[in-house]
Design a protein around this ligand. Structure first.
Ligand code: A3D
Length: 320
């Protein structure tokens, strides 16, 4: 049986890391696409040359031609610009919207059957625009944010409790921005919900609140340290988890920016919600019940995403 084909649109920091991870995990053959001449070719060759050492047979190709992504099973989109210190994700909207148009059309014309994972920021608006420009079915176009935000939350919690990260499960919902909603009540250590752990005295409410805020600011913390770009190792690992769930029909329950039409009281929009990812793409949006406080936070996040989508429509009249 032929190996699956994975197209990575954008061969920058995240794109290169995605290619490396996909090769090491032997998820399929990899095509790295970028408008920058030489970058995808150089990274593809460099990673391919690690094959004998890492012991993978995945084929890698770098290209500046969309024709080379033809027939891709998965496309992961990181094309665009990342933020610099002092910038919010929303400051990237104008420039990255134009990039989504070119990428969406490239996927529509060359890989219309792919499962498409968008990473470009501002995430919830860009995945919406990418879906509009590509015209692919909603269940096949999804944004990566919740897996990363939840991984950050899990990492901070594992440090706080001094337990293995494997035993920490956590959920972050809503838009991928300052209004994201780390759901404390649904987050557990070894199955014990966080509020119970506070009650047991394992940690304090103050520490929990600080971890929730650090999770919300997780992207900015890395941008502040790196100074020349944004996070790329954890974002790449998170998108690979989603791609693997699709390619292996794993039915993973993962928080993603998915098209929600009916669940959680929403009609027709992309926002971070719990989903099931399998061979059909987004096979289910999990309609969880929120408390009044959680709902208020989620509503605020939804409004922020709607504002960004309206801004996209104002910039590009074909989206209105
Ligand atoms: P970077 O290393 O700059 O790579 C972006 C690449 O896109 C560059 O190689 C560009 O040449 C390329 N590019 C620009 N325009 C086009 C185009 N029209 N077609 C194809 N390629 C193009 O950035 P990065 O990899 O660090 O980040 C990529 C994106 O991911 C940025 O928008 C970040 O803000 C975003 N990001 C999202 C998350 C989420 O959790 C959602 C996390 C981290 C970064």
């Amino acid at each position: 049986m032929a190996r699956p084909k994975i197209a990575l649109i954008g061969a920058g920091q995240i794109g290169g890391t995605l290619a490396h991870l996909a090769a090491i995990k032997e998820l399929g053959d990899i095509v790295l696409f970028d408008i920058s001449e030489g970058t995808p070719q150089g990274k593809a060759l460099d990673i391919a040359e690690s094959g004998p050492v890492e012991k993978f047979d995945a084929k890698l190709k770098g290209t500046n031609d969309y024709a080379d992504i033809a027939g891709a099973d998965v496309c992961i989109v990181t094309a665009g610009v990342p933020r610099k210190p002092g910038m919010s994700r929303d400051d990237l909207l104008g420039i990255n919207l134009k990039v989504m148009k070119a990428v969406g059309e490239g996927i529509r014309d060359n890989a219309p059957d792919a499962f498409v994972i968008c990473i470009t920021n501002p995430l919830d608006a860009m995945v919406w625009a990418l879906r509009e420009f590509s015209g692919l079915p909603h269940e096949k176009v999804v944004g990566m944010a919740g897996v990363l935000d939840s991984a950050r939350f899990r990492h901070f919690l594992a440090e706080e409790f001094d337990v293995s990260m494997r035993d920490v499960s956590a959920f972050v919902l809503g838009g991928h921005g300052d209004t994201m909603v780390p759901l404390v009540r649904y987050s557990t250590v070894g199955g014990i919900p966080l509020p119970d752990l506070v009650e047991m005295g394992w940690t304090s409410q103050e520490n929990m609140d600080a971890i929730v805020q650090r999770t919300r600011d997780g992207g900015a913390e890395i941008v502040g340290l790196l100074k020349t770009g944004s996070a790329f190792y954890a974002p790449a690992a998170s998108a690979i988890e989603m791609a693997e769930a699709f390619l292996k029909d794993q039915k993973r329950l993962l928080p993603c920016a998915a098209w929600v039409d009916g669940a959680l009281g929403l009609t027709g929009m992309y926002v971070g919600v719990p989903t099931v990812i399998g061979a059909g793409g987004i096979e289910r949006v999990v309609d969880i019940k929120l408390t009044r406080d959680e709902q208020a936070m989620f509503d605020k996040s939804v409004e922020a995403v709607k504002g960004l989508v309206e801004a996209c429509k104002a910039i590009d009249s074909s989206l209105a």
